[in-house]
Design a protein around this ligand. Structure first.
Ligand code: UT7
Length: 318
């Protein structure tokens, strides 16, 4: 007996983004800690980031981005059968945020679950969505990366408060006759968990920035090569590179190491800061909006962060 499965491929048909209205400049950050606009721009590449307003929850942001992705896809909420939210900053651990996000969007009784793979979360969630579609477990999946990092970052710790912002990005994924989301390459190194962590429920984030920086600039270029190899494409075939927006120097170092000078590179960090699992869909949405990326472009997404987790895959731009 042959069991029926899903289509051979999956593809993104709509993206959505949400950046909170409050823009926080480096000068504003420098009012609270010993830093400067010049130091932050030079060492990290950030000029400004967005902070959620008081009373503006992670769920509000996820709903805003998810609604925009649905509108861009042309699908109705009732068409969605699974909702996945990637986040490491949920307002509370129980229940997960995805059932509430789905309910607020009007998606009737979907499969709904959260993914916490820190800043790699969106790529993990996208892979779950594509695999669920290809196996026949789902037909149309809404994937959201949403973070309210300001809840967990100490505004007086200059090692972290300069980096992080809030926001959400989303993608609608459906079945496809041709593969448009490649296999994920993913991994982690739990022995380095202390490099970025919230040690307990009463504490805020602590980070050993230098060791994360070293890890990212030495271990991730081979992962990018592996992503290409696994999908059967050459690095030179890539049109767009959207790495997690952690530090502009990490992004530029990856571009140099991989010789990706011919490629459009996501540098949304300048205006949006580091939004963890939201950073890749936010950056890609903006690139499509500005014309830096175009529909049909072969795009390599690469998430990495606490855990130390990483995940990446190739995808065709909607
Ligand atoms: O998505 C989550 C993943 N996280 C990351 O990817 C973070 C990766 N790491 C980084 O982005 C960088 O390590 C940081 C931006 C966090 C720090 O930059 P750095 O170039 O590695 O600085 P450092 O830690 O080596 O510190 C250099 C100097 C030190 O002063 P001394 O000891 O040389 O006098 C720090 O105390 O810079 C000082 N410093 C600052 N000065 C002004 C550290 N933070 C700041 C600051 N403003 N915000």
């Amino acid at each position: 007996m042959k069991l029926r499965t899903g289509p051979v491929g999956a593809r993104i048909i709509g993206l959505g983004d949400y950046r909170p209205h409050r823009i926080v400049t480096n000068d504003e950050i420098a009012q609270n800690v010993a830093t400067s606009d010049e130091w932050i721009r030079t060492r990290v590449g950030i000029a400004r980031r967005h902070f959620a307003g008081e009373g503006e929850s992670l769920i509000d942001m996820a709903v805003a981005a998810g609604g925009k992705a649905l509108a861009a896809s042309g699908l109705a909420p009732e068409d969605i059968d699974v909702v996945i939210v990637a986040t490491c900053t949920p307002p509370s651990p129980i229940p997960g945020v995805s059932p509430t996000v789905a309910d607020r969007l009007g998606v009737p009784s979907p499969g709904a679950f959260d993914v916490n793979a820190a800043c790699a979360g969106f790529c993990y969630a996208l892979s779950c969505a594509a695999d669920a579609i290809r196996s026949g477990s789902a037909q149309r999946v809404l994937v959201i990366g949403a973070e309210r990092l300001t809840d967990w970052v100490d505004p007086l710790d200059r090692g972290t408060c300069i980096l992080f912002g809030d926001g959400a990005g989303a993608a609608v994924v459906v079945g496809s006759d041709t593969p448009a989301i490649g296999p994920v390459v993913w991994g982690s190194d739990g022995s380095k968990r202390e490099a970025i962590m919230v040690p307990s429920r009463d504490t805020l984030m602590s980070m050993d920035g230098q060791s994360v920086f070293r890890w990212a600039t030495t271990k991730l270029a081979p992962v990018v090569r592996q992503i290409c190899e696994q999908s059967g494409v050459e690095l030179s075939d890539i049109d767009v590179f959207v790495p997690h927006q952690a530090n502009l120097r990490i992004i530029d170092s990856l571009v140099r190491a991989l010789g990706l000078h011919h490629v459009a590179v996501g540098r949304d960090i300048v205006d949006t800061g580091n939004t963890s699992s939201a950073s890749i869909p936010l950056a890609l949405s903006r690139m499509l909006e500005t014309g830096e990326a175009k529909s049909g472009d072969l795009t390599l997404a690469l998430g990495f962060g606490a855990g130390l987790t990483f995940a990446g895959q190739l995808l065709i731009c909607p």
